[in-house]
Design a protein around this ligand. Structure first.
Ligand code: ADE
Length: 222
């Protein structure tokens, strides 16, 4: 979200703007490390394009993704943090040609994140946000904002391991897998993907998420 990017840019003393694919990429340093900061945009296709440009145009050595998500698993509440161990596209279904959720021609439905980078990200989140529960596990992505209790209940039944739902992570995980690059993702829970999700989401992004991403990124690179 714009609010999250603004807080990250405030930590970069020397960022310069470069445009590609209709996006603004901010190239500079954060805690002395070379970084490129960019909005993924919303949805799987937009996020995959952004990730591919980061790799092809900017030559990044890995991608760390921050953002918000709807909580799915019973213990994952608003304000908690989820560090993804793997991603799956919950709205991908080429059955009966391929098993439900499998990405055709890859033989898998789950793309793991980089274990070492994810460990560092989880430790950074714990340092940046003391007292905040940090969960690790499966995050599911789809091109749908989940905003009814009925839909989130269906997702829980279909994918009981899923901790949270969002709209981009699985796309970036797949791009990084294709390029053989490390990927890690952290999501702050903005809502419970239920009937009040849209209200909770808007308030959370304004008041909390904007600070959260920058604090975690700062702790990761410190
Ligand atoms: N991101 C944050 N909350 C979400 C939700 N309920 N569904 C999809 N993506 C989200």
């Amino acid at each position: 979200m714009h609010e999250e990017l603004a807080a990250v840019l405030a930590l970069m003393p020397d960022e310069s703007r470069q445009q590609a694919a209709g996006r603004e990429f901010w190239v500079g340093h954060l805690h002395g490390q070379e970084v490129v900061a960019v909005l993924s945009r919303i949805g799987k296709v937009a996020a995959a394009t952004t990730a591919a440009v980061l790799v092809e145009r900017f030559g990044v050595g890995g991608i760390v993704f921050t953002g918000v998500a709807g909580g799915l698993a019973p213990g994952v509440g608003v304000g908690d943090v989820v560090v993804a161990d793997a991603f799956l596209q919950h709205d991908l279904d080429a059955s009966p040609i391929f098993p439900r959720w499998e990405v055709p021609l890859t033989g898998t439905s789950r793309f793991p994140t980089h274990a070492g980078l994810s460990d560092r990200l989880a430790q950074a989140a714990a340092r940046a946000l003391p007292g905040t529960p940090v969960h690790r596990g499966l995050v599911v992505s789809g091109d749908r904002f989940v905003a009814t209790a009925a839909e989130s209940q269906q997702l829980r039944e279909d994918l009981p391991e899923a901790l949270a739902v969002e709209m981009e992570g699985a796309a970036i995980a797949q791009v990084c897998h294709d390029y053989g690059l490390p990927f890690a993702a952290v999501r702050t829970i903005s809502d419970r993907a239920d009937d009040t999700a849209h209200v909770d989401f808007a308030r959370f992004v304004q008041e909390v998420a904007s600070r959260q991403s920058a604090a975690i990124v700062q702790a990761l690179l410190a």
